[in-house]
Design a protein around this ligand. Structure first.
Ligand code: FES
Length: 148
């Protein structure tokens, strides 16, 4: 089962591991040991979760374009872009979609690490991800390196 998850998503998230353990009726620790035992199995070690609402109301207000922009910013591999959830290229962020975040009046909505951001505009996406340190600005990184 772990190999199938790995083949489909390209990684095994803690959430997937938990579901697999429940489905198999074993403790999660057993699956953790198996993942460590087999280096071909990769456990995702992400620090952030971004959930884009793809519900009807958000969809009518550029929800899908916002999803595309988030994917572009996170450099989500096209190979995995149709799968759920998706891991960013830097491995720091898990991208999910949800049919409705139950805050339709302030559509389009986006959730980062459990906090919902309202009335998101396409041009807000980059700064929001940058502000949360999910992506990094190369210019900022180079300036920081230059000072060391
Ligand atoms: S459709 Fe997006 S919050 Fe309901």
């Amino acid at each position: 089962m772990l190999r199938e998850i790995q083949e489909f998503y390209g990684f095994i998230s803690p959430e997937m591991k938990q579901h697999a353990a429940e489905a198999l009726g074993v403790k999660e620790g057993i699956l953790t040991c198996l993942i460590r035992r087999f280096p071909s199995l990769k456990e995702a070690d992400y620090q952030h979760t971004v959930t884009v609402c793809t519900g009807e109301r958000c969809g009518r207000k550029q929800g899908m374009k916002i999803l595309q922009e988030v994917k572009r910013e996170l450099q989500i591999d096209e190979e995995y872009s149709s799968r759920q959830p998706m891991l960013s290229k830097n491995g720091k962020c898990l991208l999910k979609t949800q049919n409705c975040l139950k805050q339709c009046r302030t559509a389009p909505n986006l959730m980062i690490d459990g906090k919902v951001y309202h009335q998101i505009k396409l041009e807000d996406v980059h700064n929001l991800l940058l502000e949360k340190s999910i992506i990094c600005c190369w210019k900022k990184s180079l300036l920081t390196l230059g000072r060391q």
